[in-house]
Design a protein around this ligand. Structure first.
Ligand code: CU
Length: 267
């Protein structure tokens, strides 16, 4: 588990030995410069919690996608320890500032991770999801704010686990929301769009409600009491449920729990 750190210090030690050896050929003063570099790596190692948490092998499975610019979905991420996906904006063809961070993800493989962008894209563009490991194991993403904490994860080859994702924003699609509402009377529909539920809020018992996800990001339509659960719906996918019990049903998207809604089923 500590292999990367050990390798790093071994390399540092080797470099120091080389320095000392070269200096030795020359003269005695060589011992003084050698003392300084020796002290630094030791101090770094003591302060850096990274040594205790593995950052490799990390891996990302990425694909270009359509979206509304508010999120990016990572197909899969493999983590050697608990960590995050930090989404970097486009810094001129390479990772720029971070514009969104996932929740804490467990060690192992997570699929279809959707990360909300704090700074939404306003046009088709590229973002760079990057693995960051929770090196201080406190569940909080602190890279850049706490020294030495939560640095990038690296692949088995030793590269930073990062890659570009082109998000294509749909243009001229603004009429789409109206269609669902128009048919609501005949065919009760709940539309998921722009990370929000809209549509029918009250139906009679026995009614079948259709839920459609218009977002590029996957969402679910899930009753808090478990009465219904669409599971993950991709873009354009629908789910139908027939209400057989009157009541008031609160629901959320399990992927984005801040997405909430309610439907009343009348007797
Ligand atoms: Cu969602």
């Amino acid at each position: 588990m500590n292999r990367p750190a050990r390798t790093a210090s071994a390399v540092a030690a080797a470099a120091i030995l080389t320095l000392a050896a070269c200096g030795g050929d020359d003269d005695e003063p060589a011992e003084e410069p050698a003392a300084e570099p020796a002290a630094e790596p030791a101090a770094e190692r003591a302060e850096e919690p990274a040594a205790e948490v593995p950052v490799s092998p990390s891996a990302l499975t990425l694909a270009d996608q359509d979206g509304d610019g508010t999120s990016v979905t990572v197909g899969a991420v493999d983590l050697p320890a608990d960590g995050f996906i930090a989404v970097h904006g486009d810094g001129g063809g390479s990772p720029g500032p971070v514009i969104g961070v996932s929740e804490l993800l467990p060690a192992g493989t997570s699929s279809d991770v959707t990360i909300t962008l704090d700074t939404p894209l306003t046009d088709t563009g590229t973002v760079f999801p990057m693995v960051h490991i929770d090196t201080n194991a406190n569940g909080v993403y602190e890279f850049g704010t706490v020294e030495g904490a939560d640095g990038p994860g690296t692949t088995a080859d030793g590269d930073v686990a990062v890659g570009p994702v082109v998000i294509t924003l749909a243009g001229g699609d603004q009429g789409a929301g109206d269609e669902g509402a128009g048919d609501a009377a005949a065919e009760p529909t709940i539309v998921i769009s722009n990370f929000a539920f809209s549509g029918v809020t009250e139906v009679a018992v026995g009614t079948t409600v259709t839920v459609v996800n218009e977002d590029g990001s996957p969402h679910t339509w899930s009753a808090l009491d478990g009465t219904f659960d669409s599971g993950g719906l991709g873009q354009g996918e629908t789910f139908e449920f027939t209400f057989t019990e009157p009541g008031t049903y609160d629901y959320i998207c399990n992927i984005h729990p801040s997405m909430t809604g309610q439907i009343v089923v009348t007797p």
